[in-house]
Design a binder for this molecule. Structure first.
Ligand code: GLU
Length: 417
């Protein structure tokens, strides 16, 4: 994670404070929503293939469950902290409220580099972690999903472990599952597709044509790579992409199909011939129309914000821009589509997957994508309207709506006991 990741939680709280100020939120409501409701820390042993034992630390944090069950991914990352998980759980509450799906926010994590484990070790780690957090999760309580370092296979193990505990199959306990065991069509591309819909709306609002627009994407994982493919299909010119091995840049446009082929063959982007190498940070400062940060948090801060030349930034990652950077970007007329809106496609289709599982009635990919488009475009337009009316950033407008929805639900339910 980035060097200043320690600030992720304080940034999330600061972002909340800004919205609370603008809403003139009652101090008691502020105190409730500013911190997570439940935090579970687990330390658990995993047997390695050589029979040695390693003790791992994991977390599951539920920020808020007022509007529905807690929802949010599980992250496997070597440098994740409890504060990161707190921040990410809070972001999930606002994300679900922004697209108005009936969930609260949660996040889980294990401090581990999943690439350093064998597949068997990864399965044992996932099953034991699931067992440890099983006191919190369930289809009507808290529903995990994939996040950085986890995937559909990991979700299958989570689902199987809970099902073994309960003595019957519980598909709706996780989303982002493989199709064979109750996953949803379109879930694997959902975050990228959701981002595409809102970038398209933003371009339209700015009277900018996406055909031929230059695009730079930081991160070439599940989300970043799919964004590259979808934008390329739409006629945009993807000029730069990057992964953990570094970035590649071709001002005339990358052959996205060839980049996919290279990455599949070599497992990395570095060394791709038809482009020049570029660092992660330099990629952010390229002369492009659309910039998509799709890796980790805190990539654009007060230090580099003034050097950003993009017209539109679509935040596919969670919290890639700090509040200081937001101000600079707003002042420079950069149109930022915030994470709680731009990155909400994944959890939206997670919601569809959960609904399909509970009803045991499954939709076609076309139906899923059409519903996703409806939700994303509706949320974008309502946030844009609020931003224009109040003359605030898209992030502030999205936060205002989200925080107000959660606050209102809290008021109506009242304080127990
Ligand atoms: N991990 C994704 C996110 O941060 C998806 C969460 C979900 O589908 O529950 O939005």
């Amino acid at each position: 994670m980035s060097p200043d990741r320690v600030t992720l939680y304080s940034n999330a709280q600061r972002q909340f404070d800004l919205a609370a100020d603008a809403l003139d939120l009652d101090p008691r409501m502020r105190a409730i929503l500013r911190v997570p409701q439940r935090e579970l820390i687990v330390n658990f042993p995993v047997q390695k293939d050589d029979k040695s034992i390693e003790v791992f630390t994991g977390y599951r944090v539920q920020h808020n469950i007022t509007r529905g069950p807690a929802k949010g991914g599980i992250r496997f990352h070597p440098r994740v902290t409890l504060d990161d998980v707190r921040a990410l759980s809070m972001i999930m509450t606002w994300k679900c409220a922004t697209v108005n799906i009936p969930y609260g926010g949660a996040k889980g994590a294990v401090i581990v580099d999943p690439r350093a484990l064998s597949i068997h070790e990864l399965e044992r780690l996932t099953r034991r972690y699931t067992s440890e957090i099983s006191v919190l999760i369930g289809p009507d309580r808290d529903i995990p999903a994939p996040d950085v370092g986890t995937d559909a296979q990991v979700m299958a193990w989570v689902m199987d472990t809970i099902s073994m505990h309960r003595g019957h199959t519980v598909p709706a306990v996780v989303t982002g599952k493989p199709l064979e065991i109750g996953g949803s069509h379109g879930r694997d591309q959902a975050t990228a597709r959701g981002l595409l819909y809102v970038v398209r709306e933003a371009a339209e609002a700015l009277s900018l044509s996406l055909a031929g627009a230059r695009v730079a994407i930081q991160g070439f994982g599940k989300v970043g790579a799919t964004v590259a493919r979808l934008l390329d299909d739409m006629g945009a010119t993807v000029v730069a992409v990057s992964d953990s091995s570094g970035g590649i840049y071709n001002p005339r446009g990358l052959d996205v199909g060839a980049v996919f082929g290279y990455k599949a063959h070599h497992g990395r982007l570095a060394g791709y011939r038809e482009a020049e190498p570029i660092s992660h940070s330099d990629l952010l400062e390229l002369p492009v129309e659309v910039l998509v940060p799709a890796s980790l948090s805190t990539q654009i801060s007060g230090i580099n914000a003034a050097r950003i030349r993009a017209r539109i930034i679509g935040e596919a990652a969670n919290a890639p821009i700090t509040p200081e950077a937001d101000e600079v970007l707003f002042g420079n007329g950069v149109f930022v589509i915030p994470d709680i809106l731009a990155g909400a496609g994944g959890v939206t289709v997670s919601y569809f997957e959960w609904v399909q599982g509970l009803q045991e009635f499954f939709w076609t990919e076309r139906e899923v994508n059409a519903q996703l488009e409806r939700v994303m475009v509706g949320a974008f337009r309502s946030v844009l309207r609020a931003a224009q009316e109040r003359r605030v950033t898209m992030r502030t407008a999205a936060y205002l709506q989200a925080v107000e929805r959660v606050a209102q639900a809290t008021r109506i339910r009242g304080i127990y006991p």
